[in-house]
Design a protein around this ligand. Sequence first.
Ligand code: SIN
Length: 566
Amino acid sequence: MAKASSVDFLVMGAGVAGLRAAVELARHGDVLVVTKESVGESNTHYAQGGIAVAMEGAEDVALHLEDTVNAGDGLVYRPAAEALVNEGPLRVAELIEWGANFDRESAPADPSGGHFLRTREGAHSLARILHAHGDATGAEISRALLAFTRTRGRIRFAEWTRVAGLVVADGRAIAADLASAEPSRAELGDAGRRPRTRLRVAARSILIASGGAGQVYSDTTNPAVATGDGIALAAQAKAELADMEFYQFHPTALALPGVPRFLLSEALRGEGAYLRNDRGERFMERYHPLLELAPRDVVARAIAREAMLDRAAHLDPAAPGAGAPQPRPVYLDMRHVRNLDLAARFPGISAFLAQYGLDLRRDLIPVRPAAHYLMGGIRTDLGGRTSLAGLYAAGEAACTGVHGANRLASNSLLEGLVFGARAARSMLSDSLPLVSIAASADAGPAPKHLSAKEQKCVEGLIAGLRASMWTHAGLLREESSLLQGLAAQAACEAALTEVAAGGRSSRRLAEAQAMCRVARAILISALARTESRGAHFRSDYPRRDDQNFQNHSVIGRDGQVRFEEW
Ligand code: SIN
């Protein structure tokens, strides 16, 4: 049997929000950061474009606020956006002081000299986005924060460890059950080391900063770790979720058969890239005055429309499954951009494309939208407090209402910094006492492993769920497709429950169950919002309906969706 352990603060997730919170918390207590892979593996790490921040004073801040609110399509919770843009400059300045190197005008040999280089992305009224190593901004922020946390004596990391459950007593989250996240390795022994069996860790408070859930969709820019674990855990513990219908689809993921949907940063369009259809037309002029730099949801839908235009002409009667329309290719075009060394400005993207014989300077790059960022998540107040005492959330896992129905590009790293710090401050000021966990009240016996056949079955169920979500709850939705998605989700959930029967468990099974739970939340919220707004487009309700829906969807303790003003 596992023994119980305790720590002042437990943080789930080692991306920007979790690490920023850990730094704050370590000023007043011991912190355990739990992450299911190595600390470098997070959505943060893969963020390319940059971090949006208004460093030039009040006017600049006011414009950033306006852009954030406009992109959110009538649903941004203004106090959250104000906190983001007002506190952002301080949080970024702090990060620079802690060692983050953003690109500057000077030569790389002198990283402290010269003004910061700034780029522009969709729906920004000016160039305000800082970047690092060209297109590796998230990796640099992650590196700098990790290095800084290493200098804080009170932060420990439990890598390859997952949170298998939250322990709730008297209406408060008081502990978390940890389990190995890597079945082939031994399990943790003590908080911060690998457990041999499950380990229950009591904490004064728990922060979920485990990022998003892009893996719920078959087409996503997100890494394999983005399976919505924290959101699912919170929902299971009966914390409220909000705005789950708003999943942002990034317009430009690489569209090569058999190749992952690699992100082609919006910064490419910020530096002048055009979008062209297969007739070579720059089609965005038909959709929005900001052309390629229109809000992300507008560009993503425009690409989807161009890809499926003239469906009838595209039917290939000889093809297997004839009758299904073949999407037409849509391209990103940088061939005309001559004032920039593209390989130097976008080294990561250039290197990835080179593996497939593509070159930004020479080639049209095939693109299509892919699931990218969840605007919804665990409902929190401006201090990261969820509806469950003792449980806090920040970053993509949380929903403060800051993004409304559509996140402004490059606001997410800033969100992690600002709301990670805010959540930590609430955890400190709420100052909840530690509830000691009796040794007998541990996380129970080690779970049984899955057989090879069961593992294969779980993989099949995951693939089916992801494909169904893409088809039924993707860029364009309608009631009938969402209901089909819900039926597929229910079947998947039932099959997973059968696999788990008798105490079987594995990381992959837990991820499948998390994705299934998140998928349900997306589907029921999307069904309930019978209008189109931001990233949520209902073909059967194509208009925005402010009279009935200028408010947030909330999934309460009863699992039902209601709408509320914040
Ligand atoms: C990108 O580089 O296009 C992604 C930035 C973001 O999602 O904010």
